[in-house]
Write a new protein. Structure first.
Length: 416
């Protein structure tokens, strides 16, 4: 009799364990959703790290127990693995080993892990739309907060460029996050059926567009028409409307209204880019190491030596050299031309996946995912020509784009 009861109890315990394990995917969605939500808020590091590492532990435990490694079955796996391997090798010849090891972990490995979590657990179009909603709402709230502080509490005119003094969130990345979230808003609003959802998205979209206007970053205003053009490539009438509005917005901002507390000239960026070119020229194949801040550290890079070689017509004598103001040049400086080629290979693979999804004979939502993710990559590519991209605010969004196309690119995935 006791054995029978023990067996029954044992059966109940096993059932409870099974139910607990079945809840882990939902728990991962929640904690990673929290991590993504707080991404635009600079003073929430402890919350973000707690959510990230809790999600990571739960995801690893669940995937190992279920022996589920299907998230690796994507065309991105090989090019990403090659880039990671080369970046790891660069640690052995890095001129600033400590910074390179830190950034290899925090700016590469952690986002590779996040990519795997997103692909493994946000693995349906419905879950991806929830992820998009989280990004749209969080960036909107962050943008509203910054604009309220500057324009309402600071009593500034809307024609004055938004400035965020003494703040961990630079104004450029806020503008880019707003453009990225606006792209997601335009995607989501096409498929939402409830008027309340459409109304919320419309409000968010207006707020995000206003943010890109008051930020007045040239790179964003250049990227916007191209990104919107790709997003609505399959809808010509809508395409003409939004591209026209984007061009008008960019033209007005770049001419009459650009100004504010902080000035600048084109020669500052040209000087930094030329110094970056000289560093690549001296370290062509291997680069200086993976450390993002190594380039701006005068202990390792003699900025005055390189500044003396900059042609007079583009020389800015007082510009502070902190990092290459160019995503592409940053990769070449840190990982050499070999790493640069591998990085470009990752993006080309992603673009190929986007084109396949956008062009195949699936449902309209599936094709729209292809156009949407392509638009975000175009935005990154253009913005990255003129600005720093490798910071946590933007790296998370880049990770979301890669994960989205990896999920939607799965031919066996049913559209929800």
């Amino acid at each position: 009799m006791e054995d029978t009861v023990a067996n029954v109890d044992g059966g109940k315990i096993l059932t409870l364990k099974q139910k607990t394990w079945e809840k882990i995917p939902d728990a991962v969605l929640v904690v990673i959703g929290i991590f993504v939500f707080f991404n635009p808020f600079p003073h929430t590091t402890s919350i973000r790290e707690a959510a990230y590492y809790l999600g990571l532990v739960l995801a690893i435990a669940y995937l190992i127990k279920n022996r589920d490694y299907s998230f690796l079955k994507t065309p991105l796996t090989l090019p990403v693995a090659l880039f990671v391997f080369w970046s790891f090798l660069s640690l052995f010849w890095a001129i600033d080993v400590e910074t390179s090891v830190h950034d290899f972990r925090s700016h590469l490995l952690e986002y590779i892990a996040l990519f795997c979590i997103l692909v493994a657990f946000f693995n349906t179009p419905k879950k991806l739309r929830i992820l998009f909603w989280i990004i749209v709402i969080s960036v909107t709230v962050s943008a509203m907060d910054e604009m309220f502080v500057f324009y309402v509490k600071g009593n500034q005119s809307l024609t004055r460029r938004l400035i965020i003094p003494n703040h961990q969130l630079p104004v450029g990345p806020l503008g880019f996050m707003s453009m990225y979230a606006a792209i997601l808003s335009l995607f989501l609003i096409q498929f939402e059926k409830r008027w309340i959802s459409k109304s919320i998205l419309a409000f968010c979209l207006l707020t995000l567009v206003l943010t890109t206007f008051v930020v007045q970053t040239r790179a964003i205003l250049v990227a916007m028409p191209f990104a919107v053009g790709v997003l609505f490539w399959h809808r010509k009438k809508v395409l003409l409307l939004f591209v026209g509005l984007a061009l008008i917005l960019g033209g007005v901002t770049l001419t009459k209204f650009r100004g504010g507390i902080v000035g600048g000239t084109y020669t500052d960026r040209l000087t930094i880019n030329y110094i970056s070119y000289l560093v690549v020229k001296e370290h062509p194949l291997r680069g200086i190491g993976f450390g993002i801040d190594t380039f701006g550290n005068s202990k390792f890079i003699d900025h005055e030596h390189y500044r003396s070689q900059v042609p007079e017509e583009i020389l800015h004598k007082s510009v502070q050299v902190t990092s290459p103001h160019n995503m592409w040049m940053s990769v070449a400086v840190r990982t050499g031309l070999v790493g640069f080629a591998l990085f470009v290979g990752i993006l080309l693979t992603a673009f190929k996946m986007c084109f396949r999804v956008a062009g195949e004979s699936g449902g309209p939502m599936r094709r729209s995912y292809g156009y949407c993710v392509t638009a975000t990559f175009i935005a990154f590519a253009i913005y990255g020509l003129f600005n720093v991209v490798f910071m946590h605010f933007l790296e998370m969004l880049l990770c979301v784009s890669f994960a989205t196309i990896a999920v939607v690119g799965n031919r066996s995935l049913d559209e929800v």
